[in-house]
Design a protein around this ligand. Structure first.
Ligand code: MG
Length: 367
């Protein structure tokens, strides 16, 4: 074995992104050594993964506590931490990773939504590598380009399972319908976020932080086929697009292989252009799906508001998944929490996590 292998910690290893990361690391064990695994509660799968990869350091956050996650992220032997935790639970681990000078491969977009203003000043160029498919696409389109020649970032979105629906028909949709995403296989939280278009809104905020781009230059566009993962528009009118099959193993692997590319671990990884035939684009319906508008407004206002947006959304999505509220209540709860919050400048992780906790309590009173 050569000693140049990446030493990787996978946070959230038993979830959808985590399992696919384990698959890539297993296939490329000559290039990647997994030195730590963490998950929230799936003890059995965690043990199986640890045995398969020969990993001795594991964290079960439910019993070991969130500080064990932070300790694992900052552990000295790892040089890359892939953060695939769900929700604001990933913020402290992202902070610890950047603070320790390690590369952060970020699938936990909530880290940047909640605390982008605090996290990004810590990140050196290319210390944060996006795993989110749209942001990986944008990152790749921007390679070798000058920031001042950029006109707009275009984030594509499929429109989710309720594309084309009107509000009157959304009140009674079920969680089963909301979970059935047409193109991507994903965890429950992000699937619901995709059905409300909150996911696209969170991605706008994520892009603002990763690429240090003003909101006025971040556009969203509906692209039901999900083949174009995002686009960059330059000042001379040129566009660069990133295309590919809809498989998260491509952006996950790129974060591990960067700046190189490795052969895909699955087949067929090649997009069949002739079978694809055509590409369709249209406007996303931010009037029907108010969460997209709320996210953009919260992002533009900045400070503690994106943290409030995220916390209210996490509580509301969980309540929807547990049949405590209806689909449109997600938007109502998020909007009420934003409207009743007194904005502060973002100063520290501690401050933001306190706002997160206050918002969760408030959101639960709105069911
Ligand atoms: Mg995405």
């Amino acid at each position: 074995m050569n000693d140049n292998r990446h030493k990787v910690v996978i946070l959230g290893s038993t979830g959808s992104i985590g399992r696919q990361t384990v698959e890539i690391c297993t296939r490329y064990s000559d290039r990647v050594e997994v030195v730590g695994l963490a998950t929230f509660s799936n003890e059995q799968l965690l043990a199986e993964q640890a045995a398969e990869l020969g990993v001795s350091r594991t964290v079960l956050a439910k019993t070991d506590g969130p500080e064990a996650l932070v300790e694992l992220a900052a552990s000295t032997e790892a040089n890359l931490v892939l953060n695939a935790l769900v929700g604001a639970a990933g913020v402290e681990a992202s902070y610890a990773t950047l603070k320790a000078g390690k590369t952060l491969a970020l699938a936990n977009k909530e880290s940047l939504v909640v605390a982008g203003e605090v996290l990004m000043p810590l990140a050196k160029p290319n210390q944060l590598l996006p795993v989110d498919s749209e942001h990986s696409a944008l990152f790749q389109c921007l390679l070798g380009e000058e920031p001042d020649e950029l006109a707009n970032l275009w984030i594509t979105g499929s429109g989710g399972p309720f594309r084309g629906r009107k509000r009157s028909s959304l009140a009674s949709v079920t969680k089963e319908e909301a979970l059935a995403h047409p193109n991507w296989v994903m965890g429950a939280k992000i699937s619901i976020d995709s059905s409300t278009l909150m996911n696209k809104g969170l991605e706008v905020i994520e892009a603002h932080h990763i690429f240090a781009i003003p909101y006025s230059k971040i556009k969203t566009v509906q692209h039901p086929g999900s083949c174009v993962h995002s686009l960059v528009e330059f000042v001379d009118g040129s566009f660069k697009a990133h295309l590919g099959v809809t498989d998260m193993r491509i952006p996950i692997q790129y974060a591990l292989s960067y700046p190189k590319r490795w052969p895909a671990v699955f087949e067929p990884a090649s997009l069949d252009l002739c079978e694809l035939g055509s590409l369709h684009f249209s406007a996303l319906d931010a009037e029907t799906f108010g969460c997209l508008r709320l996210a953009r407004e919260a992002g533009e206002a900045g400070g503690t508001l994106p943290c409030v947006l995220n916390a209210a959304n996490e509580v509301a999505v969980e309540a929807f998944l547990n049949d405590h509220i209806g689909f449109l209540d997600i938007e109502r709860i998020v909007e009420t929490c934003l409207d009743t919050h007194e904005r502060q400048d973002a100063e520290s992780i501690e401050q933001l996590l306190a706002v997160d906790q206050e918002t969760r309590i408030k959101a639960k009173e709105l069911f």
